[in-house]
Design a protein around this ligand. Structure first.
Ligand SMILES: [Zn+2]
Length: 457
């Protein structure tokens, strides 16, 4: 046993050395990749009140559409004072460059229903079960798209709609400072900025939301599960550091009025103990599957069990270096029952149990990362903090944090989550996730997620 532990430590040191060697390469690749992405995916926002879109980069060109201030479009070409933009109809046209400006930050697509009660289907098949209905006049975030079908975040979870019944629009992702946290114990998300409007979902105290716009006492928000809707502004705190503030003062004050004091922000800029927040914490990492259970198989032929173990090893290193006590449910290719995985979590009295998996779908273009919880109070915050961490380190798209009846979560009395780290059934996502660089990014993301999680405890 002791022998094994020593070998393992040497192995970890060796791996850590390798990681250090890789860091400059990773930075370099990252930088290159971002440049390439920026070139491939430039968007512009219209600054003129109204702007003609023409068939040619010249005022001689025929006008095919008029667009308006605030509209966002993808740029496909540029030429002496003109930008070629992609319209929602997938047609392209030319606009004058001095009437637009580059769109900063990420963009995402929303749809609005053109009909009342638009059917949302469980899968990308209009014959599949209807799980929800959409109303006009409300934005729903697009998660995936293929020809005539669009996957959106409906009030009842992700589902598919027919594109002929919707209009699409690009939106700009708000930057970090436009985040706010909920101060009410429970808060209803409404379809429209009116208290009589239909409920789309609920938020709880300290949930974080992104603000999209504000109007007469209401804020239009997007939740960490991608629900877009309106909530009363009086139950929002706009200081991103309020949560940390509350922890510093041992939770003695819970104000229900929004606070915007700038000296709070200054005071909290660097919580002194943040760096050591993982020290002494017991983290059980659970590489999914193993032995006779391969899990899924990637499009390039790798069994999920191999990817989860390789990922868990890098996450373990990162957390160990931060002073955490890390336990893996398996360290090699062996079969471990779900009960055994839970009993390791219980025996270790885990401060966090994290099960790592890779996803697959029969629909080849489905992609993105999701995390799961079973017991909302105990697990949802961990699930969403880990997801947020991994999303920002890897740059993959979000499928949100969701409830699911999963054995390793349901039977586990310790704080626990399961994360699906991308779809290995999607060719381009598989190429991205089957790299050491991706696994290092996951390790960084899990680490950052845990720092956020334990900082609020
Ligand atoms: Zn799995």
């Amino acid at each position: 046993m002791v022998m094994q532990a020593t070998l393992r430590q040497n192995f970890l040191h060796f791996l850590f050395g390798l990681v250090l060697l890789f860091i400059p390469i990773v930075f370099f690749l990252n930088h290159e990749n971002q440049t390439a992405l920026a070139e491939a995916e430039t968007h512009i926002t219209v600054t003129a009140a109204s702007l003609n879109v023409r068939t040619l980069p010249s005022i001689e060109g025929k006008i095919i559409q008029v667009v308006h201030r605030g509209d966002i479009f993808k740029v496909t070409d540029t030429q002496a004072g003109w930008d070629r933009i992609e319209l929602i109809s997938a047609e392209t046209g030319w606009v004058k460059s001095d009437a637009v400006q580059p769109t900063l930050g990420e963009t995402y697509t929303v749809i609005q229903s053109k009909v009342n009660g638009l059917n949302v289907h469980r899968s990308a098949d209009l014959q599949s079960t209807i799980i929800s209905h959409l109303s006009p006049g409300h934005d729903y975030k697009v998660m995936n798209q293929s020809g005539q079908l669009i996957e959106v975040q409906s009030p009842d979870g992700p589902g598919w709609v027919a594109s002929q019944w919707v209009t699409q629009q690009l939106k700009q992702m708000d930057s970090a400072q436009k985040k706010a946290s909920v101060t009410a114990a429970a808060l209803t998300i409404r379809e429209l900025p009116e208290s009589s409007s239909q409920a789309l979902g609920y938020l709880h105290k300290d949930d974080l939301v992104r603000i999209q716009s504000e109007q007469a006492g209401w804020a239009k928000i997007m939740t960490s599960t991608n629900i877009i809707g309106w909530i009363s502004k009086s139950y929002l705190s706009f200081s991103a550091n309020d949560k940390a503030k509350k922890n510093q003062s041992n939770g003695t004050t819970t104000s229900s009025t929004p606070t915007k004091s700038s000296n709070q922000t200054v005071q909290l800029a660097a919580p002194p103990s943040n760096k050591n927040v993982l020290k002494g914490k017991t983290i059980v990492l659970d590489p999914g599957h193993g032995g006779k259970d391969d899990g899924t198989t990637s499009v390039s032929g790798t069994p999920e069990k191999t990817l989860t173990l390789e990922t868990a090893e890098l996450v373990a290193q990162k957390l160990s270096l931060a002073g955490a006590h890390v336990v893996l449910t398996r360290t090699n290719d062996t079969y471990i029952s779900l009960d055994k995985r839970v009993s390791i979590s219980e025996a270790q009295n885990a401060d966090a149990f994290i099960s790592l998996h890779y996803n697959a779908s029969p629909i080849p273009f489905v992609k993105g990362i999701s995390s799961y919880y079973y017991t909302k109070n105990k697990d949802q915050e961990l699930a969403s903090d880990i997801l947020d961490g991994v999303l920002s380190s890897t740059g993959l798209s979000s499928r949100g944090t969701r409830f699911d009846d999963l054995h390793v979560l349901r039977e586990n009395t310790q704080p626990c989550t399961l994360i699906e780290l991308g779809f290995v059934s999607n060719k381009s996502e598989d190429q991205a996730v089957e790299t050491n660089r991706f696994r290092i990014e996951v390790a960084d993301g899990v680490y950052n997620g845990l720092v956020t999680y334990f900082s609020s405890k």
